[in-house]
Design a binder for this molecule. Structure first.
Ligand code: GLA
Length: 378
């Protein structure tokens, strides 16, 4: 009997993902250690993030992956097996802990000899490392170009990324594959073909409005490359890290939702304000990001620093973002014809959780400096 059960469980675990079970069918949601902890990260920080995510409403809102970024690595042994450093100790125990919270866990490496923070990369150890991740129970890999530029030509990127995809696939474990090479070589064109579930489209974000806005708004034009299972990644969230004001974080979260971007929180989840938690867990905003149609939004109108973005949703309605990139409050207008509506439309404010009523022709609202309004328009 036990044998039968074991056999069934094994078959289930090894079965190819069926229809509707595609990896990253909606943009991955979770947390990553880099933006807040950088190279000081410890296993304790990862456990604390999992504890917080499982108990503060984030898990219910859809956050799933707890991702270790750079700086977990120690040395390779005589057999070439990579061991964690002393701050991490036992990765399997950490994985089991995160899994015990009903969450998934990610890890980080580079196709080069060294990662960006000069730790051991996976160069010439691809299959061995992939097997190790699977044996630990890892669910997500961020694979960061870094020193690969010293051993490969840029034109080799697709084959280099494909090599790790094949190594991961050979383990039989579903592992979300995150390509990180800062948008070089028009990765959005070949990312899906090499098994990427998401790919960074830009250099690193920082916790400043100008940098976040530059990265986010420049995603316009890439919308045709995103879809279920394969997403443009304008980098992780900075909400809660303290470098931006409330309205700026509202813009950050609204824009990432409009972009169907991966939502990977990057703050210290164990010490966050109620206001930042409310931004990260607004279910109506997350709903726009996670909509099953999987269409990335784009800009439909612009008047200088005032921008209107739209994202078609599965139920036939639109997510609409009204953004004010200027230095003072300003009225921003949605012309309904810009989203193909000729009659009247019902509009709901997703940050206020309030139905605004029926509008004909246009809708105008005053938006704070560096702020945003996020609407559902039917
Ligand atoms: C690069 C990546 C970052 C982070 C660091 C780690 O800069 O773009 O997201 O992973 O490396 O060293």
């Amino acid at each position: 009997m036990t044998k039968l059960w074991l056999c069934a469980a094994l078959m289930l675990a090894l079965a190819p993902l069926g229809e509707g079970q595609e990896l990253a069918a909606t943009p991955p949601m979770g947390w990553n250690s880099w933006n807040h902890f950088a190279c000081k990260v410890t296993a304790g920080d990862i456990r604390a993030a999992a504890d917080a995510m499982a108990s503060n409403g984030m898990k219910e809102a859809g956050y799933t992956y707890v991702n270790i970024d750079d700086c977990w690595q120690g040395k390779r042994d005589a057999q070439g097996n990579l061991h964690p450093n002393a701050r991490f100790g036992d990765i399997k125990a950490l994985v089991d802990y995160v899994h015990s919270k009903g969450l998934k866990i990610g890890i980080y490496s580079s196709p080069g000899p060294q990662t960006c923070a000069h730790h051991e990369g996976s160069y010439q150890h691809e299959a061995q490392d992939a097997k190790q991740y699977a044996a630990w129970g890892i669910d997500y890999l961020k694979y960061d170009w870094c020193s690969a530029s010293q051993v490969y030509k840029p034109s080799q990127m697709p084959e280099v990324y494909k090599k790790m995809h094949e190594a991961l696939a050979a383990t039989g474990r579903p592992i979300v594959y995150s390509l990180c090479q800062y948008g070089m070589e028009r990765v959005w064109q070949w990312g899906p073909g090499v098994g990427g579930n998401l790919w960074r489209t830009t250099g690193d974000i920082s916790d400043h409005y100008d940098r976040m806005a530059l990265i986010g708004f420049q995603q316009n034009g890439l919308q045709s490359f995103a879809g279920p299972g394969h997403w443009n990644d304008p980098d992780m969230l900075e909400v809660g890290n303290g470098g931006m004001g409330h309205d700026e974080y509202i813009t950050h979260m609204s824009l990432w939702a409009m972009l169907a971007a991966p939502l990977l929180a990057g703050n210290d989840l164990s010490k966050m304000s109620a206001a930042d938690l409310a931004i990260l867990t607004n279910k109506e905003v997350i709903f726009v990001d996670q909509d099953a149609k999987g269409v990335q939004g784009h800009r439909v109108a612009q008047q200088g620093p005032l921008e209107v973005w739209a994202k078609p949703l599965a139920d036939g309605s639109y997510g609409v973002g009204l953004f004010n990139r200027s230095e003072s409050p300003a009225p921003v207008t949605l012309e309904l014809k810009d989203i193909g509506i000729s009659g009247s439309a019902q509009i709901r404010d997703l940050w206020a959780h309030r139905d605004l009523g029926s509008f004909t022709g246009s809708y105008t609202v005053t938006v704070a400096k560096h702020g945003a309004a996020l609407l559902k328009v039917k």
